[in-house]
Design a protein around this ligand. Structure first.
Ligand code: SF4
Ligand code: SF4
Length: 350
């Protein structure tokens, strides 16, 4: 890996060049809702916002769209079954460390055991990823899950500094992207600015788990936290927003949508949420998690116990989206700390 400095105007020209060469997706600000950001296709470098807090939906939608048609079919003419393929390659810009970590986690989950061919094909269309460092808000918990410096599969990673951006060139593809851009050698002052940015970022993260993720997994594994689960469930609406905005949630449903002619249709994959009441409903009417508290508990077990045990890292990258999106103000860090405090009290009472 090498580092260099690229000034603001030069980066703007680089982004413009990438957009002209092919599709590029990056964070943009909602015109109707200033202060809210979303990943979308860029028409011009002016649309790209690099100093955003977070987006409502994560960039996983580039590889795992909320609604993805797989094939079109005709009941009367089986020869008309047509696989729906996506367009060509694209680049992904302006991805925060937590979302870079999440993309890495989805890559692992979707490659493991039975690989998800569609996801991997979409991922392969991503010819480059450019990450950027960020300031946290009150919901970000990256320092508790160790993603504040994650780089994932970024080809270039940008840290804002006085002279523009300190650029980590992480892959040969990253060097290729820089192309003819004027790359200034990083001075001692640039490196000091970068270190200061990282220290300040760390300092600004205020939402923190009261234990490490390993101890938290042990607490969840020990069980017996029903009172806390019930208290959260009493406030929860089972709306599913928390998992639908999560960058590491990968559950989906597949349905055949029939057209009004009743003979043609399309097979569609859509995001699903374990918080929805019928998620674990099976034939015969049995629901494995029919009670709301069981679904709430499942969300925490899934993020911090099951997948932690399976892959050696929590499947939470600390983006804070679930807490921001929750209509009932259920905060991931507050609930986790309630669970930790409850378990510690129980241990002291034994
Ligand atoms: S669980 Fe919440 S904070 Fe963690 S990655 Fe998912 S949305 Fe972000
Ligand atoms: S977003 Fe909040 S209210 Fe909705 S399911 Fe998640 S925890 Fe419950």
């Amino acid at each position: 890996m090498s580092i260099c400095v690229v000034e603001h105007d030069e980066l703007h020209a680089l982004v413009q060049r990438l957009i002209q060469q092919g599709p590029a997706m990056g964070p943009r600000e909602r015109q109707q809702q200033p202060g809210f950001y979303y990943f979308d296709w860029l028409n011009s470098a002016d649309e790209l916002v690099l100093d955003y807090v977070t987006t409502t939906l994560p960039p996983k939608k580039a590889f795992f769209p909320p609604r993805e048609p797989f094939l079109e079919f005709s009941r009367t003419d089986p020869a008309k079954v047509r696989s729906m393929t996506d367009e060509g390659p694209f680049v992904l810009l302006g991805v925060h460390p937590c979302d870079l970590a999440a993309i890495e986690q989805l890559d692992i989950a979707y490659s493991d055991n039975i690989a998800d061919g569609r996801y991997l094909a979409n991922r392969a269309r991503t010819t480059a990823i450019i990450g950027v460092d960020c300031w946290p808000d009150e919901y970000c918990l990256c320092t508790s899950v160790g993603t504040e410096q994650a780089r994932g599969s970024a080809d270039l990673f940008l840290t804002p500094i006085q002279r523009g951006y300190l650029v980590e060139v992480r892959t040969p593809r990253g060097q290729e992207l820089l192309g003819d851009s004027a790359q200034l050698p990083a001075t001692d002052q640039d490196e000091a600015d970068t270190a200061q940015f990282r220290r300040e970022k760390q300092r600004r993260v205020t939402a923190k788990f009261a234990t490490g993720v390993e101890q938290f997994a042990d607490i969840l594994a020990a069980g017996g936290l029903t009172e806390v689960w019930q208290e959260v469930a009493d406030r929860c609406y089972s709306c599913g927003s928390c998992s639908l905005v999560c960058p590491t949630c990968f559950c989906f449903d597949i349905n055949d949508d029939i057209n009004l002619d009743l003979t043609t249709g399309a097979r569609i994959r859509t995001w699903d949420s374990c918080q929805l009441p019928d998620f674990a409903l099976v034939a015969g009417g049995h629901n494995f998690r029919g009670e709301r508290w069981e679904r709430v508990r499942h969300r925490w077990h899934r993020k911090f116990l099951y997948l932690y045990t399976q892959y050696g890292r929590p499947f939470c990258t600390g983006c804070g989206r679930c807490s921001r999106a929750c209509t009932a103000d259920i905060n991931l860090v507050e609930v986790s700390n309630d669970l930790i405090a409850y378990a510690q009290r129980e241990t002291q009472n034994v």
